[in-house]
Design a protein around this ligand. Sequence first.
Ligand SMILES: *Cc1c(COP(=O)(O)O)cnc(C)c1O
Length: 225
Amino acid sequence: MHTDIESNIKRISATLPKEVTLIAVSKYHPIESIEVAYRAGQRHFGESKAQDLRIKQQALPHDIAWHFIGHLQSNKIKYIAPFVHLIHSIDSLRLLQEVDKHACRQQRRIGCLLQIHIACEETKFGFSPDECMAMLEGEEWRKLENVEIRGLMCMASNTNDTAQIEREFNDVKSLFDRIRNRFFADKDSFNILSAGMSEDYQIAIKAGSTHIRIGSDIFGEPQKS
Ligand SMILES: *Cc1c(COP(=O)(O)O)cnc(C)c1O
């Protein structure tokens, strides 16, 4: 079935409050599909595999802001460090330190989000709220000069129970506010809450999301090989 990428982007964009950034999640979709989205004016794209992201970045216009949203292994950081706009999936101090090293080599400062595990599924990565607080209290992160913690990312449970999804997003929003007040009160740059996907982004925006990550609602279901 033909997916009208351009009208999907226009339809979704038209409903968004202007302070919300739409990230088009292009993982598993070909470069041609990304080009269609680009011509429709889309500039923020998300990918979940470091090597795929590298290939796409090289093939596409350089004014695209690339977001890394998948689980990041330390040995893959090198593929994305030269250009990545924002890494959404920091789930340990160790990973943050590794990103800092690569950013330093590239003479860059890379924006990072701390991924919070809030969903009921076991398989989703991220800090628990307590682990995240403990990491920040550790103060080690303050030594890192080439990464900047810009906020939090989360994925809600994969469920039809909208009350539960709402509760999860609201919990992350209160964690976000607590962390900002406690550790980043002097930094305006801690201002990103990345929450919401195709099925739940309206709920996420109500809860205070600033960045939504939409894949299938724009590009259709990926042709996974
Ligand atoms: C795939 C993915 C998305 C997009 O999911 P859709 O349901 O297709 O919109 C968003 N965030 C993350 C972390 C993803 O892996």
